[in-house]
Ligand binder design. Structure first.
Ligand code: KPL
Length: 314
């Protein structure tokens, strides 16, 4: 299979390095696609440096910034942020044939509404609890091993199902635990519950995940955020664990010293994924005629924070 990974962020680098290493017999071909030609050249020259605990491993990878020269892909794994998807799909169009499997690996659930032209076939979605931090361009730390789950939201052809099965096997043989699920919507919302309670709050409070349990008022806010999201999921007939709040608190405790991905975005002066997380809860509530004031308030606060460092119009 020709597998194209799009986006050289933490997840894109982690997957490029692991999948390339995992394919010991060179049965498949992997390309990392980056729209930034200068960075793509640098990645092609230096490869990817993978850090796990005290180990460091270097892998040479194939990198491209010109999809028209890459040839059609069997699988395109989109590792870009949710808000970059629209531009990214346009950029990737030369890679996409009628049999290409598009696999979305974004945080949150806003991307489930992505407008994908019908002739591209039914996309697959994934959600991962692999922890990855980008140390610098092409250098990734595997901060915690997790589980990646893949599935489709609609009925699909046997060919598409088999391709996703092959991707799942590739992950497993590369040391990344993965499985297919017939309820990917629940899995995406289950992770959304945790991110709803942690990410935005850590961003505005500038604290670690663990500090949310002790900072005055933070745990009570987390509780209201998750309870609201839980009500929206239930009203949407999406199964999420009823003890999502306890799970969220447990994640805070287990990842106590972590800087959440949203706080990392703020500190790096990047746009956050607030629209895909708490914003998606607000949008889903609105569709049902429900009100989610706690999530609305947090979205407004994070946007205000973004305005203090992003150039106007971003
Ligand atoms: O997924 C995460 C994130 O930071 O995006 C959590 C679970 C909150 C861990 O930091």
């Amino acid at each position: 299979m020709h597998v194209v990974l799009v986006g050289p962020g933490a997840l894109g680098c982690l997957l490029s390095s692991r999948l390339t290493r995992g394919d010991r017999d060179g049965e498949h071909c992997f390309t990392l696609l980056d729209h930034n030609a200068k960075r793509a050249n640098m990645l092609a020259a230096k490869g990817i440096r993978y850090h796990y605990k005290d180990e460091v491993e270097e892998s040479a990878i194939s990198v491209s910034s010109t999809p028209s020269e890459t040839g059609l892909a069997d699988v395109v794994i989109l590792c870009v942020k949710s808000y970059d998807l629209k531009g990214c799909l346009g950029f990737c169009s030369p890679l996409l044939g009628p049999d290409t499997l598009l696999l979305f690996l974004q945080n949150g659930v806003a991307h489930l509404e992505a407008q994908i032209p019908d002739h591209y076939g039914t996309p697959a979605f994934g959600t991962t609890t692999e922890g990855a931090n980008l140390l610098e361009t092409g250098q990734v730390r595997h901060a915690g091993k997790g589980l990646t789950q893949f599935g489709f939201l609609k009925e699909v052809s046997n060919e598409a199902m088999e391709k996703l099965q092959q991707v799942t096997e590739l992950f497993n043989q590369s040391g990344l635990k993965a499985r297919m699920t017939d309820d990917i919507l629940s899995r995406l919302w289950t992770k959304l519950m945790v991110n709803t309670g942690i990410n935005g709050l850590t961003a505005i409070l500038g604290c670690t995940n663990g500090e949310l349990l002790t900072l005055p008022g933070a745990a009570a806010r987390m509780e209201r955020l998750v309870e609201e999201a839980l009500k929206v999921a239930l009203a949407s007939n999406i199964y999420v664990p009823p003890d999502s709040l306890a799970i969220t608190k447990d994640v805070c405790a287990k990842t106590a010293t972590n800087i959440s991905s949203m706080l990392q975005d703020v500190r790096a002066g990047r746009r956050t994924e607030i629209d895909a997380i708490n914003g998606a809860v607000v949008a889903a509530a609105r569709k049902l005629g429900m009100f989610s004031p706690e999530n609305m308030k947090l979205v407004a606060e994070v946007k205000e924070l973004e305005r203090s460092y992003l150039p106007p119009g971003r």
